[in-house]
Design a protein around this ligand. Structure first.
Ligand SMILES: [Zn+2]
Length: 1057
């Protein structure tokens, strides 16, 4: 169920608030609670005097617009104002800082870190230990030596970082793995009954079915809703759009498995060697099987020109790969919510039969293209948003007003609630309120409410949040130039902190900490001439040595901050300290936010495994020998529960952690990532960071991370209409109960995937409704509720379910489900369960929806024809089937990253985009048409670009024209192309400009700056590149698309027989 079931230390919203109480009562089908105060509405005898003018929800989109006044600025004033800063404006608690406010003394360069050197006089109080070497200086020296070695290695032969993969071409195992034990059935996937036969056993152990007669073999079923492989089409069939169909009869029988297929499916030892004559070696033509490229192109052509208007229930949106505009007419945009199916089975039996998971991928704060309107802010006055009395659902377009508008019936629980007097409005002849179009919450799918104090922690309006920058200044960080780079960047970046609407400056305050084995806090109060440093070396019991002057306004303290950022790189320039602490750093940030009584974000820049003596100290427990054993799961689990408890405390305070990692070796991402992950934060990883090649990427990520829209102290709840309910959640968050998703911070890139289960019957007439309510604090400290509503259809026929599915969303869910599964089950079990579930989905379709046909045909639902190819990509991913080049940290990193991805991100991550650059039209803005991810699609005379959201590869064939090489790389021959380039040279010719503009465009579409890697054909780096040609058999044993499709076909036939 939820990730964490423990109770919070101290309920964050402990006051019995009418508004918040909804979170504590049974939401679904429960009794109306007599204890719920009704009085919140009682005080109103008329419209609130201060009531905000209604705003036209969509302006030009829909009539009748009202005054045409612009939507209220997001910073609409609130009567109650803020209590911000009050606790900081008095009582200059210096906590022991000398009254003279002595300028911070820079430790004389070589001294403080050298063994045996005298302690440096630093302005600090006596309880702090000196900023000098610990007694164990021998240890320190040894670490220093170790650090040197590491640095040297990294400098001499940097592996292609970013991927974090070391190149080890010689260590690839043979592609035909040794036979392994037969597959064991995995635990059932959600909603799945345990499959009767183990997923892949019987059909492989027993004799394979005789090859079906050629007439029923691989071909294409021509008509929607199904597509697939079966008999050759009648000659008169027009080719189905979307497939290039072989018309010469060459697509004969579905071929038998390749000789080494057993390696791909270790659980099927007999698969490749059936008793009896080997099947005919005819090969299934890859052109005759469903092509992702074609599906993407078709959707673009069919759905890219018209806006997607959300007025109709249960509409399947265009694919994430299609550019389209959204017009909100009552349902949330697919940018906010996407579902696995837009037509839900009416009964749980049907849902179980189909095995199609019912899930929504929700991105509550998604960024919108400039052409689309941000959610309007609605103020219902002092009593807060109008809600259902029983289930506490928020006012939305689906509420039914009755009795002339005096009451409304809840669309989620059917309870009837009085309309508060100030909210009363007459109904028109159709029963709609006459102000329907003037109120976003009555006519739009997405909008925001201004929250009242009842929705705030401790019944107090929040202070604006703070950002604390915490910089590792140990040897590696300093030596690589990282510390200087960060300090330089912060000088300008601090002017771009998130701002609310049209506010002149950001309300966010900032603070600075540096650390290695000890922590250094900085007083950057505006009245100081120079910043002051305070050292805390008692890391076992972390506290913050100063309150006043630690968190400051950037503009007020500008000169002091600039001075500090100038001094930090100098202060630690000669450090010999290689050891770091980690948990105390988070604790320090947490304590600082607690003291300031605000939420906020920690930006931690960290380089190494925290082995220094301190809470949360870690050991190196990396062990690749665990791969493919029952203990593999431990590689994904944190090595101590310390960080889980710390994360809980952080969430309670609204302390979100973003972690930037710069490892030269294993640093245990699985453990270090716990707090970022559970607080809604992000992790960035730059393995073998090198200033020249990686700084641009890191700085781009940092800039975006600091500037992007983010909410704090967030709680998300998904309500559903009677019949289904949210049962499971995936993403970067914390849960202290089974319904509320808590995030210390939630940014515009983070996605939460929610699974639903039936708890009653649904009806085709009323459909099903979802309402996602996110309570959060804006970057200016305003408490708000963002509401997204979505209405879905319900069906009694399975065919309707299969016609309204979205495979990309299905894959997003399945990947997250599987990636969580590896924490508790052997990876192979997880893979088998995935295969089995998909086979069941497709078998159910075949059995119940497809027209009768020979068992030899593979028939896929039109909406799911890419399910096998995409599922295969998930199965082959490094988390589920690691290549030799994937480190333990890479796998833990990817696992956490994918868990917060939206559908567009998982789509390109699992099936990368491959573009033939040499086919690009230099005179147009368009991209060259993508091609399928297979080596046989590459021509050695061309240059290709492959992107997956994390990396961009530029692959250069050995026979590319010399002029193209000259134009793109500025060198005269293939052999002169350097694969150390991290950017393309800026050359003044159309081809170079075109390619760079494509790269820039792709970078702009992704939430992280992708690492550019130049790959020359037949070069050793090509191994890395081939890993992403996902239709081919992979070096780690992953099946090719063709082989996998055959395998799925067998699984389906087994289920049907
Ligand atoms: Zn209700």
């Amino acid at each position: 169920m939820s990730v964490n079931q423990q109770a919070h230390a101290g309920p964050p919203y402990g006051q019995p608030q009418p508004g918040y109480q909804g979170y504590q009562q049974p939401a679904y089908g429960g009794q109306s609670l007599p204890g719920v105060p009704q009085s919140q509405y009682g005080a109103y005898n008329g419209p609130m005097p201060g009531y905000q003018q209604p705003v036209p929800p969509q302006g030009s989109l829909r009539a009748p617009p009202t005054s045409g006044a612009p939507p209220p600025a997001s910073g609409a004033s609130h009567p109650s104002g803020h209590l911000a800063y009050s606790q900081f404006e008095h009582g200059d608690v210096q906590n022991g800082i000398p009254a003279s406010a002595a300028p911070m003394q820079r430790p004389p360069a070589p001294q403080p870190f050298l063994p045996g050197s005298a302690p440096t006089p630093v302005s600090q109080i006596s309880t702090f230990q000196q900023y000098g070497p610990p007694p164990g200086s021998v240890q320190q020296l040894r670490n220093h030596m170790a650090g040197m070695t590491i640095g040297g290695t990294a400098a001499s032969a940097p592996p292609p970082a970013g991927l974090g993969y070391g190149v080890a071409p010689s260590s690839y195992p043979p592609t035909t793995g040794a036979p392994r034990p037969p597959a064991m059935p995995g635990p059932p996937l959600p909603g799945q009954t345990v499959p009767a036969p183990p997923s892949s056993q019987p059909n492989h152990v027993s004799s394979p079915p005789p090859p079906p007669p050629p007439s029923t073999m691989a071909g294409l079923h021509p008509g929607p809703p199904m597509s697939g492989l079966h008999g050759p089409p009648p000659p008169t069939h027009p080719p189905q759009p979307g497939y290039q169909m072989q018309q010469n009869g060459s697509f004969g029988q579905m071929r038998g498995p390749q000789p080494n297929y057993g390696g791909a499916y270790p659980g099927a030892p007999n698969y490749g060697s059936p008793p009896g004559p080997p099947p005919p070696p005819k090969r299934l033509d890859p052109d005759s099987i469903p092509s992702p490229i074609q599906v993407i192109e078709d959707d673009r052509n069919n759905r890219g020109s018209e806006p997607f208007v959300t007025g109709v229930r249960g509409q399947v949106p265009p694919l994430v790969t299609t550019n389209f505009l959204v017009k909100d007419q009552g349902n949330a945009s697919p940018r906010y919510i996407r579902c696995t199916s837009y037509n839900i089975p009416c009964t749980s039996d049907m849902a179980k039969q189909s095995q199609v998971p019912l899930a929504a991928v929700i991105k509550p704060l998604a960024a919108l293209p400039p052409e689309e309107t941000l959610p309007y802010l609605v103020d219902h006055g002092e009593s807060g948003p109008v809600r259902c009395n029983r289930c506490k659902a928020y006012m939305c377009p689906f509420m039914q007003f009755i009795e002339g508008g005096r009451r409304f019936q809840c669309c989620f629980c059917s309870c009837v609630t009085e309309v508060p007097p100030h909210y009363f409005q007459h109904l028109d002849h159709t029963g709609k309120r006459v102000d329907y179009y003037d109120r976003p919450e009555l006519s739009l799918g997405s909008y925001e409410f201004l929250a009242t104090v009842d929705y705030c922690k401790n019944n107090k309006f929040p202070s604006p949040p703070a950002f604390i920058f915490m910089i590792d200044v140990s040897y590696n960080a300093v030596k690589s130039g990282l510390v200087r780079l960060i300090c330089e960047e912060l000088k300008s970046l601090l002017d771009y902190l998130p701002r609310e609407g049209n506010m002149e400056e950001s309300a966010i305050r900032v603070g600075f900490v540096t650390y290695n084995k000890v922590l250094h806090f900085y007083n950057v109060k505006s009245s100081l001439a120079q910043p002051q440093m305070m050292v805390v070396s008692d890391v076992a019991d972390m506290f913050v040595p100063l309150l006043d002057g630690f968190l400051v306004n950037v503009n007020e303290s500008r000169t002091v901050i600039a001075s500090l950022l100038d001094q930090i790189p100098e202060m630690f320039a000669d450090t010999r300290e290689t050891e770091t602490v980690f948990a105390p750093v988070i604790q320090a940030g947490l304590e600082a936010l607690k003291a300031a009584e605000c939420a906020g974000k920690l930006f931690i820049f960290h380089t190494s495994l925290p082995i220094a003596e301190a809470p949360g100290k870690l050991k190196n427990r990396d062990d690749r020998k665990l791969i493919n054993t029952d203990k593999e799961k431990t590689l994904f689990q944190p090595q101590t529960s310390f960080y889980n408890n710390l994360a809980k405390d952080c969430v309670a305070q609204g302390c979100c952690v973003d972690l930037f990692l710069f490892p030269n070796q294993y640093l245990d991402v699985a453990t270090l990532g716990v707090v970022p992950y559970q607080t809604g934060g992000s992790i960035y990883k730059y393995a073998y960071f090198q200033l020249e090649t990686d700084q641009y990427r890191f700085l781009n990520d940092l800039r975006r991370d600091v500037q992007k829209e983010v909410g704090f102290d967030a709680v998300m709840r998904v309500r559903t209409s009677t019949g289904i309910r949210a049962t499971d959640f995936f993403g970067a968050f914390y849960m202290s109960n089974t319904t509320d998703v808590e995030m210390a911070g939630l940014d515009c890139d983070k996605t939460i995937t929610v699974e639903f289960k039936h708890d009653d019957k649904l009806s085709e007439d009323s459909g099903a409704l979802l309402q996602c309510a996110l309570l959060y604090t804006s970057c200016a400290g305003q408490r708000r509720l963002r509401i997204h509503n979505l209405s879905l259809n319900c069906c009694t026929q399975l065919a309707d379910l299969y016609r309204n599915c979205e495979t990309d969303t299905l894959i997003n869910y399945l990947a997250k489900y599987a990636y969580r599964g590896v924490l508790s089950s052997p990876v192979k079990t997880v893979r088998d369960a995935l295969i089995n579930q998909c086979a069941q989905i497709l078998a159910c379709y075949r059995k119940n929806c497809a027209s009768p046909s020979s068992a030899g045909q593979l028939i896929l639902p039109e909406c799911m024809k890419l399910l096998p190819v995409y599922l295969n990509c998930v199965l082959k991913s490094d988390v589920l089937q690691p290549g030799p080049e994937a480190t333990t940290d890479d796998r833990a990193y990817i696992r956490q990253l994918v868990t917060s991805m939206d559908v567009a991100e998982t789509n390109v991550f699992f099936y990368p985009r491959l573009l033939p650059l040499t086919k690009a039209d230099v005179d147009s803005d368009s991209l060259p048409a993508a091609i399928r991810n297979s080596e046989e699609r590459l021509s050695k005379g061309d240059i290709y670009l492959l992107e997956n959201g994390l990396n961009i590869f530029v692959w250069v064939g050995v026979s590319v024209q010399q002029s193209l090489i000259q134009n793109l790389f500025g060198v005269s021959s293939f052999s002169q192309i350097s694969n150390a380039l991290s950017t393309l040279p800026v050359l003044e010719n159309p081809f170079s400009k075109k390619v760079r503009s494509i790269v820039d465009m792709l970078q702009g579409q992704r939430s992280r700056y992708m690492k550019l890697i130049i790959v020359k054909q037949e070069d050793k780096l090509e191994m890395l590149f081939k890993h992403f040609l996902v239709e081919d058999k992979s070096l780690s044993g992953g099946a090719s698309y063709v082989d996998f499709l055959c395998h799925m076909h067998k699984e389906i036939r087994q289920l049907l027989s």
